[in-house]
Ligand binder design. Structure first.
Ligand code: SAM
Length: 284
């Protein structure tokens, strides 16, 4: 039995078994490793950190996409920053009402390797006429994007280290604000409250976003293979509030079958534990 192991902190390690290492390469941006095992299926890591596996990818990809559509069912133009595995685009494209999706991934090799080894997320994405694929830095892309050109921005990024750092800056959030329409919504990978390193990233991101968007919330989901399993997304908005403006009945009319997300869970996801609320307030 081979074991993939990730340090979740100095005193906590997480290991899962794999039968075969199916690809390993270093790109100008990061180290990419693909594995295949029984319980978690095919999975890949970036710089040694778990990114996507077949067993729980549905949780992450449903929770980054559907809360925004249940809040504003009229979303037409979507920008995905990162998300090279294709899972976030897959969920967005399930909305027939969406007219255009632009995915800006810095590392083309991620997408090409997922087309080969992870069709559950990348299959059919490139062939979809509503899709535009850009392989460049997300910060550089938003800096040159026109004002008010998207309804929704989904930041499906790595952690705020190495190539992902620029996606957690005030400059990036300000550009996202400018590029969003006046009822636009920004959803970002918002780290985790449990282990110190990730909790500090969480507080820093929230503090920055809170100074730029009038409406800011953080919502939670259970992601078993990410550090502590308690992971968060940020919900930043110009006019819509994810609880006060939840359009549950309109969302159900989309008839999108989900394995994790539903509009009851939506409400609960925004009801954070006290220690998380306090950490977010302390960080302000
Ligand atoms: N779910 C994962 C997580 O929470 O860590 C993220 C998955 S997705 C694969 C992350 C993607 O963000 C990677 O493919 C990475 O190459 C991309 N990425 C990182 N920094 C980027 C940047 N500055 N611009 C565009 N894409 C970036």
């Amino acid at each position: 039995m081979n074991w993939y192991t990730e340090s979740w902190s100095d005193e906590c390690k997480f290991s899962i078994a794999y039968d075969e290492k199916i690809n390993s390469e270093k790109t100008p941006f990061q180290q990419i490793d693909f594995y295949k095992g029984k319980e978690f299926g095919t999975f890949f890591t970036l710089d040694g950190l778990m990114m996507v596996n077949e067993k729980d990818e549905f949780i992450y990809h449903e929770m980054i996409v559907h809360p925004a559509f249940a809040t504003n069912p009229n979303i037409k133009r979507v920008l995905i920053i990162g998300g090279g595995d294709g899972g976030t685009a897959r969920e967005v494209l399930r909305y027939k009402s969406v007219e255009e999706v632009v995915m800006v991934e810095i590392d083309e090799r991620i997408f090409r390797l997922c087309q080969k080894y992870l069709p559950v997320t990348a299959g059919g994405i490139e062939e979809e006429p509503r899709m535009t694929l850009k392989f460049e830095d997300g910060l550089a892309y938003v800096k040159k994007a026109p004002d008010a050109s998207f309804d929704l921005i989904l930041v499906d990024s790595t952690d705020p280290i190495s190539v992902g750092e620029g996606l957690f800056t005030i400059e990036f959030y300000q550009e996202c604000y400018r590029v969003l329409r006046n009822d636009g919504i920004l959803i970002n990978q918002h780290e985790s409250p449990y282990f110190t390193e990730y909790a500090e990233n969480m507080k820093r991101a929230h503090k920055k976003i809170k100074h730029i968007f009038p409406i800011t919330h953080v919502y939670q989901y259970h992601m078993p293979t990410y550090p502590s399993g308690h992971w968060l997304f940020g919900f930043a908005s110009k006019v819509y509030d994810p609880l006060l403006d939840l359009h549950a009945e309109d969302w159900k009319k989309f008839k999108i079958q989900t394995k994790y997300y539903n509009t009851e869970l939506h409400r609960g996801a925004f009801c954070l534990p006290n220690y998380v609320r306090e950490a977010l307030v302390d960080g302000e």
